[in-house]
Design a protein around this ligand. Sequence first.
Ligand code: M6R
Length: 591
Amino acid sequence: MCGIFGYVGNRNDGQKLVFSGLKSLEYRGYDSWGVGVIPEESKNTIAIKKKVGKIGNANVSDLPGGSLSFGHTRWATHGGVTDANAHPHLDCSGTIAVIHNGIFENYEEIKKGLLRKGHKFVSETDTETLTHLLEDFSKDKPFAEAVRAAFNRMDGLNAVIAVSAKENLLVAARNGSPLVIGFGKNENFLASDASALLPYTRDVYFLEDNEMAVLAPGKVTILNVKTAKEITPKRKRLDWKIEQGEKGKYKFYMLKEIFEQPQIITDIAVSGASQAEEIAKKIKDARGTYLVGCGTASYACLAGSYLFSKLAKRHVNFAIGSEFGYSLDFLNKDSLVIAISQSGETMDILESVKKAKDKGAKILSLVNVPGSSLYRLSDYKMLIGAGQERAVASTKAFTGMVAHLVLLANSLNGGVKEGQKSLMAAVKSVNQILSLKSLRKIKELTSRIVDKKHIYVIGRGLSYPASLETALKIKEISYIHAEGLAAGELKHGPLALIEKGTPCISFLPNDETYGSNLAGAMEMKARGGYIIGISHKPREVFDYYIHVSDAGESSIIPEVIVAQLLAYYLTIKKGLDPDKPRNLAKSVTVK
Ligand code: M6R
């Protein structure tokens, strides 16, 4: 979702640095962008460039140079995708600028008051209200104090950067959306994502909710937004690898990330066992365990509930992040919430986890981004270890999540070695899928179904979450409507939609669901469905067959990797960009 990058220091081309910082945040998903700078030559003003669309080959060479600069990639919430609505926004005097992530929930009533006072609004955004509010407040307050007062008037979950040309100051405040301060030598940085800071510094502080930072050249002051009390920041050293930008031989990040999976799963199988055994003890001690995630991560959670039942004979509840908050009144201090998230910044998860914490529940997080908000607020932490995932469509994070859950579920019954074996069988199966022969087969299938309007995907047991994930991958990047179903539900309604030539993907793994899944495929075939069988052996009912060798309880991993490739090639065939699907963001930091 929206990206923020800020710079205050001794370089006089801060605008270029900010622009390149924004490029590294592009993967989060956005529809317009903007950069602001206090020009070296004209210190009392703010120069701005903002545009609809992707950064692409744009540059900021038409902006003046300056040592205080800030930029934003916008994912529209309030107001259409227009140049005027892109951030930064200026006040009437042009000396105060604001960029903002989140939703200013009570902006309408405040805006009415400001309009009455004569402020001129030029955009449809909630954000612009803050610039005019700051203009009012800073008439009789130092700028940082004005930002604090204005931020305290804002309802909702927000991260804000406000700049004063008169005071040559950049002030940031956070409640909800992430912000990280980077400390350099006589220069300081700020970003919505720590990975964007890596080229400049590894010395960082993750701003917590209701904290603000005042950045002047060579000095950063952190304050509590409510009390104005100064806080001594506990800085962290980032030991992450710089992985961005390198697609290597791959045209798109998504394909690169798909191909990274055998190595990631191997690494988890080899080095995740002892951690899984340790964490399994926490699950054993809990009275009531809940797996919670959103989107793709929610399907990993659903898979987890089957794995825990099957391998550990343990009931683990599953909930979607955005819904969990409405159904957790029964949680108590003995409950354990396992929150799963690639980014660790998904607002729907953070919100419900905070509610669960208020009820006394313990939080165990399985996240891919170290230092993320979810990671920091958890009692117990596990890292997925999939490396930076940049394509909006999650691939390697999903299989990484499932791989950890396989180990955890096996550890609960004392059989972590079985889990490792089954993950290695999955790796073998995935390597076969990634062979040229198998890739050709998947590509050929895309020519047969690319023009279809609807695709249905069915499975039972662990292949049910695989079906849901397959449908999500197809729809989010190829824009073909796809629906994942529990195969048993077909005859309770969806079968009415199957007609001659409708593509129907059937998962038939080598487990107890095989016979019933076969029956489902036949039911669709009898209505004219074009049956695509994904299985360890061919059947007559299949119109098209893709081989996936058996990997026991880990078979969901290769099944989903076939789906990832199918979605990828469908997208390429349609001439679309699989890394940046329309309307979507990598990190969903609003509700
Ligand atoms: O970062 P998270 O894992 O919490 O993200 C959750 C979903 O937003 C994410 O999985 C989304 O569904 C992906 N675009 C799916 O590919």
